[in-house]
Write a protein that binds this ligand. Structure first.
Ligand SMILES: [Zn+2]
Length: 273
């Protein structure tokens, strides 16, 4: 009797998840057939500099991914920010740059994107020797493993327009989101194969130490020195440089460039001409 009950419960759960997957797959097939709106494409051409540089097959992949991404994520405006198609498309495009050329589950943990008009005050809580301190910090974006991501719209627009300054808050926060997929923000996202982890850990930890050293010695660096804060920030900052300063990154940090090229399935150097 007990066994039968367990079996029935198991069957109900299996049918539930199977049904959910079938609905999602059918939904995705429908979305695939929908054309990418011309006004979205024109908006990207005018406002996302890197989009114009990308080869047509990657633009095609990005447009498809934007459709899926927008179908699955909810956008909310904060402090009076209105959510428009332009906001949704420009943020989605930059988010999808990080998942091109691969089968993906589109940031599976992420459900909601909160958009502020400009930088905002975020509460930071720290615990030191048992004493809890709360302070407010001016912030352009945040990513939470619990399924939320926050962005300042003006910084997101600036990031899309200026593709060479190694600063892009959308790449930064979505790199954190990739890092958080395995439940820990430690600078090690989920890699394709077990064998990839050893070289990832070796290269990224060495480069992180180098950035910390360069920061201490006030040396000029390709990557933003904020990456020296911790391994999670290092991965997010290195991702910004990979897409915005690929030549300099490859020249000064060839092994790091190789790891990121393998992880992101793209080689942005080819788009820079
Ligand atoms: Zn960060």
């Amino acid at each position: 009797m007990g066994f039968l009950l367990v079996f029935i419960v198991f069957l109900v759960i299996a049918i539930f998840f199977l049904g959910k997957n079938v609905v999602r797959e059918n939904n995705r097939k429908k979305i695939m057939k929908n054309p990418f709106p011309l006004e979205w494409e024109n908006y990207l051409k005018e406002n996302y500099t890197l989009f114009n540089k990308m080869p047509p097959e990657l633009q095609h992949d990005m447009k498809n991914k934007i459709k899926f991404f927008l179908n699955e994520k909810n956008f909310f405006g904060c402090e009076g920010q209105e959510i428009t198609d332009q906001i949704r498309v420009l943020i989605a495009a930059q988010a999808c740059l990080l998942i091109l050329n691969r089968e993906t589950s589109y940031y599976p943990k992420l459900r909601s994107i909160f958009v502020y008009p400009t930088s905002y005050l975020a509460k930071r809580v720290s615990v030191n020797s048992g004493i809890v301190t709360e302070k407010f910090q001016v912030t352009l974006g945040e990513s939470w493993g619990s399924g939320e991501l926050v962005l300042a719209w003006d910084a997101s627009v600036h990031g899309a327009k200026n593709m060479f300054d190694s600063r892009n808050v959308v790449y930064h926060e979505f790199a954190h989101q990739l890092d958080q997929e395995d439940g820990v923000a430690d600078g090690a996202p989920i890699l394709e194969s077990r064998s990839s982890y050893a070289s990832w850990a070796r290269v990224l930890s060495q480069e992180f130490e180098n950035l910390k050293r360069d920061k201490k010695r006030w040396r000029k660096t390709v990557m933003n020195k904020y990456g020296a804060s911790n391994p999670a920030e290092f991965f997010a900052v290195a991702s910004e440089s990979f897409f915005e300063k690929p030549r300099q990154l490859k020249k000064k940090h060839p092994e790091l460039y190789q790891e990121l090229k393998h992880y992101y399935h793209t080689d942005p150097i080819g788009w820079m001409d």
